[in-house]
Ligand binder design. Structure first.
Ligand SMILES: *[C@@H]1O[C@H](CO)[C@@H](O)[C@H](O)[C@H]1NC(C)=O
Ligand SMILES: *[C@@H]1O[C@H](CO)[C@@H](O)[C@H](O)[C@H]1NC(C)=O
Ligand SMILES: *[C@@H]1O[C@H](CO)[C@@H](O)[C@H](O)[C@H]1NC(C)=O
Ligand SMILES: *[C@@H]1O[C@H](CO)[C@@H](O)[C@H](O)[C@H]1NC(C)=O
Ligand SMILES: CC(=O)N[C@H]1CO[C@H](CO)[C@@H](O)[C@@H]1O
Ligand SMILES: [Cu+2]
Length: 449
């Protein structure tokens, strides 16, 4: 080390000391970020790190400790503006503790909306992953990596799950619906209310058992779900400049228990928030999952009614997807997320076989730019939106079309437990039903169906 770098270190140190004395906060970009991945895109080594670390934390009572903190502060951090920043810190703290036991641990997330049409069939519930529903009168979990767990806190009982429709789970909110939440929300306050009332509560409620109570961090699914909520918030923050630091209180106020300022929890990739989310597993992830190839994706990209921008009527695009309507599309406003379903592939094959439909496709094709299957896909979406043709309608009749299902509503009890506004909850789901009706009326076919 030369003299110059030593003196630079000293002066940087002095600046930091003065800054902390004067209580000046300034954020610093992280030197390196760890990358949180969608749980189904973990490779076998990453999965075994996840599984063994979570099991270790369970044996050491650390999941119970997090469940206890969550329960103790429950009423301050749900149905309040602290909800998002507090849980961002909570997941980060958990990840840090996990990394102190195994430095290879990185908190995965579960993008639940990928599984919206039939959540029960999600690979996340498979015996080789988080396991499925609880069984018997006690609803104990008997499959997966948490099978047979007993928790001393809060009641010395087994880890429980109790799906919302017997042995199945009713549909979640779709990726389109989450994208609509992101685009419609004018500010943090509206966004936070939508997300907590909607996808957040829905998943806790639908899985049931311990996930439905204040002790929900007992189930590893809690952190997977909340990392995803955190990711969705980050998407919202990035969709417009004014969203980035949007908050419904003073940014300098401190969150309960952890005592960090909200401001210090706003920017992922700065300060203590040295992580990032992997969004773009696009083709790689699909390949891993269902043997989906570029050809499958290419086919879907040719079909107007499988794209929000090209498939929706002007009226519905404007109402539910104002960001896309205004001609802006990137990974945060999401015309396409990074997954396509088997049923969507089946539809695309069927659809491209229909003669007469090809006439419309030609028009569309002319306006397509070259699509390469990586981050550049975003650029191609931007040019789609510039050249979009509203009110696309197919000349020939299509006999088989998968339709969007209505999302299940979290119970009213849950709304009240979370101190959320029951009137807003009703209005919210009314809008979500209207969205499903609009998509179906326009003949839209979800690539995630
Ligand atoms: C946060 O501050 C409160 C009140 O001063 C204190 O009791 C608590 O231990 C602090 N929390 C942490 C995690 O240090
Ligand atoms: C996708 O695969 C390519 C080549 O196989 C690789 O370079 C790239 O890092 C992968 N992307 C992700 C997000 O895993
Ligand atoms: C497409 O059309 C061909 C010829 O009519 C037929 O053999 C094939 O089964 C069709 N494929 C699908 C997916 O409908
Ligand atoms: C599209 O990509 C192909 C293959 O990479 C290339 O040959 C072609 O020139 C490209 N077309 C445009 C318009 O960029
Ligand atoms: C290259 C090409 O065909 N561009 C067309 C894209 O769509 C717009 C509007 O629909 C047309 O005006 C362009 O000619
Ligand atoms: Cu919570």
């Amino acid at each position: 080390m030369n003299l110059r770098s030593v003196s630079m270190r000293i002066s940087l140190g002095l600046v930091l000391i003065f800054a902390s004395i004067l209580n000046i906060s300034f954020s610093q970009r992280c030197y390196e970020n760890i990358v949180r991945k969608e749980i189904r895109s973990l490779n076998s080594n990453e999965w075994s790190v996840y599984e063994s670390t979570i099991n270790l934390l369970h044996r050491k009572g650390i999941l119970e400790k997090f469940a206890y903190i969550h329960a103790e502060y429950f009423k301050y951090v749900h149905g309040t503006r602290e909800f998002l920043p507090w849980h961002r810190k909570f997941v980060l703290e958990f990840e840090n503790v996990a990394r102190s036991y195994n430095p290879e641990y990185v908190q995965p997330y579960w993008d639940v909306s990928i599984d919206f049409s039939n959540p029960t069939l999600s690979p996340v519930f498979s015996p080789s992953r988080m396991g499925g529903n609880g069984v018997g009168d006690n609803r104990c979990i008997r499959t997966g990596m948490q099978s047979g767990w007993i928790n001393v806190y809060p009641d010395d009982k087994c880890l429980r799950r109790s799906f919302n429709n017997g042995d199945t789970i009713n549909p979640f909110l779709s990726p389109e619906s989450i994208s609509s939440d992101i685009q419609i929300s004018k500010n943090f306050e509206e966004f936070a209310k939508r997300i907590e009332t909607g996808i957040h509560n829905q998943v806790h409620d639908a899985i049931g058992g311990d996930m439905d109570g204040k002790q929900s961090p007992l189930d590893g699914i809690f952190m997977l779900h909340h990392a995803n909520i955190d990711r969705i918030w980050w998407m919202f923050q990035n969709v417009r400049d004014s969203n980035m630091m949007s908050y419904s209180g003073d940014l300098l106020e401190e969150i309960k228990y952890y005592n960090n300022s909200v401001e210090s929890l706003m920017k992922i990739g700065e300060g203590d928030l040295c992580y990032d989310y992997q969004f773009s597993g696009y083709v790689n992830k699909s390949k891993v999952k269902d043997g989906i190839s570029n050809t499958d994706l290419d086919r879907i990209l040719k079909i107007p009614e499988m794209s929000l921008i090209n498939g929706l009527s002007k009226k519905n695009l404007k109402r539910f997807f104002p960001t896309l309507f205004s001609g802006y599309a990137d990974k945060n406003s999401l015309d396409m997320t990074d997954y396509i379903s088997k049923k969507a592939i089946k539809y695309s094959k069927f659809r491209l076989n229909i003669t007469g439909a090809n006439k419309d496709l030609v028009v569309f094709e002319k306006n397509r730019t070259n699509v390469s299957y990586n981050s550049k896909i975003q650029e191609s979406l931007i040019s789609y939106s510039k050249n979009r043709k509203f009110g696309y309608s197919l000349k020939s009749k299509i006999e088989w079309k998968p339709r969007m299902p209505y999302p299940s509503m979290a119970s009213k009890e849950m709304v009240l437990n979370h101190r959320l506004d029951p009137i807003f909850y009703k209005e919210y789901y009314k809008e979500k039903y209207a969205l499903v009706d609009a998509l179906n009326a326009d003949g839209y076919v979800s690539p995630y169906i």
